[in-house]
Design a binder for this molecule. Structure first.
Ligand code: T4K
Length: 405
């Protein structure tokens, strides 16, 4: 009997589960799993928090975490928030933007949602088909007199063309707010990711490499004029007598900050493990026809947040959706990230920039992409089980197509 989530002893020559074979895994292999903080240490820190009776509102644990993050991320400013979404909402609010904001459709819905929630209009721009990030060549064509900012996303932790984007922003007097939700610990052109643009936001959701269960941060290369952002996460309250700005409740609690302090001690190990697993995936899949990997940006040091593959149906023999279904039958839960494009959802599809003719690269990628399981606690043996299952689907493509018809 195979061990819990250990792969069954099948090779790429067996029959896929979707076509009547046994599943590769007895237990589900999910696309990601959070780093778990040490439970004894968490019990100790939370006991201290309970004893202090200070649970939230800029407490000492949150301050300690912000200090440590500022050092780790090598930034001058770091303010934590209750989520990456709250951080992006407030980052956009704090820069006092108006009119249109250029962004990518190949992202999680939070990115355009935060633009809309600020009363701004998202303008979708196509992406580079290799790096998956905003295509700098196309940004200029989307700029109008109403444009006030660009919100690029470092997709799957792959840095954007930070220099090209800054040149355009400087030329047109635009703000740049990076959605760095995936990019904790990444470097671009030899510098930490958080120093680029006017502001960057991170997500500290449990699905991220560094997390506080729920949480996020705004970071920047300078502290100038940024204290107002910290006020906005607490309703804009300056003191008992003054409220400055229309803020909201976007604070990180002390218990969430405690998780962050402990997860931060695991971060190097987590990234190293993901790097090793990614190398293994690449070594075994690099030469397989019909599979293409995301191209790392020039001068980047990545964090191995996600392992995204683009499938070519004509070369691989199966569509992305067929591969996804086939893997699911093997108990492997890959994800179609990001599908559908944000621009294809009802809330955005009416926008002129959402028209699919203007977004051919994003559209093609969204229809063909699959992210495979990748997290530090995964074993090489399990990765081999995933790869074997994938290759088995490929070598039995005709029967897989038939089973799924
Ligand atoms: N900008 C970008 C580019 C983003 O990707 C995100 C969030 C944001 C902004 C906003 O940041 P936050 O406000 O969320 O901090 C997940 C996350 O909820 C979301 O944070 C993240 N991006 C997005 C990419 O992924 P779902 O709907 O895919 O999550 P879910 O529940 O399907 O979980 C994904 C996998 O993780 C599953 O296989 C199960 C596993 N998982 C999940 C949780 C919550 C666990 O193993 N344990 C867990 O506790 O959105």
């Amino acid at each position: 009997m195979p061990h819990r989530a250990e792969p069954s002893p099948k090779t790429s020559s067996g029959r896929p589960a979707v076509a009547g074979g046994n599943p590769a895994f007895q237990q589900p292999i999910l696309v990601t799993r959070p780093v778990a903080p040490n439970p004894e240490r968490y019990a100790e820190i939370s006991a201290e928090i309970f004893a202090s009776q200070w649970m939230t509102n800029d407490g000492p644990t949150t301050r300690r975490l912000e200090q440590q993050l500022q050092e780790h991320l090598e930034v001058a400013f770091c303010a934590t928030f209750s989520s990456g979404t709250a951080a992006l909402l407030i980052a956009l609010r704090g820069l006092d933007l108006s009119g249109e904001v250029i962004t990518t459709p190949f992202t999680f819905p939070a990115t355009p949602h935060c633009i809309e929630w600020n009363g701004l209009k998202p303008v979708f721009c196509d992406i580079d088909p290799h790096t998956y990030n905003l295509d700098v060549e196309q940004i200029s064509a989307r700029i109008t007199p109403q444009t006030s900012a660009i919100v690029p996303v470092h997709v799957f932790g792959n840095p954007c063309d930070v220099i090209g984007i800054q040149e355009i922003a400087d030329r047109h007097g635009l703000k740049v707010i990076y959605d760095a939700a995936h990019a904790f610990g990444v470097r671009a052109m030899g510098r930490p990711i958080g120093v680029w643009g006017d502001l960057s936001i991170f997500s500290f959701h449990a699905t991220k490499i560094f997390h506080t269960v729920e949480g996020g941060a705004i970071v920047a290369n300078s502290r100038d004029h940024l204290e107002s952002l910290t006020l906005l996460r607490n309703f804009g309250i300056v003191n008992e007598n003054e409220v400055r700005g229309i803020g909201l409740n976007g604070k990180l609690s002390e218990l969430h900050a405690a998780v962050g302090l402990l997860v931060l001690t695991e971060i190097d190990r987590e990234i190293d493990s993901r790097a090793r697993l990614t190398r293994h995936y690449r070594e075994r899949l690099q030469e397989i026809e019909g599979i293409r990997f995301q191209k790392s940006a020039d001068g980047a040091r990545g964090n191995y947040f996600s392992l995204a593959l683009e499938f070519s149906e004509s070369e691989f023999g199966l569509s992305r959706d067929q591969v996804c279904e086939g893997l699911r039958a093997e108990n492997i839960f890959a994800r179609k990230r990001f599908y559908p494009l944000c621009s294809e959802n009802d809330c955005y599809s009416h926008l002129p920039s959402a028209c699919s003719e203007g977004l051919p690269n994003a559209r093609r990628l969204s229809e063909n992409i699959l992210t495979l399981p990748l997290y530090g606690a995964l074993t090489i043996n399990q990765v081999d089980g995933v790869i074997d299952a994938l290759l088995r689907l490929r070598s039995n493509a005709a029967s897989v197509r038939q089973a799924l018809a």
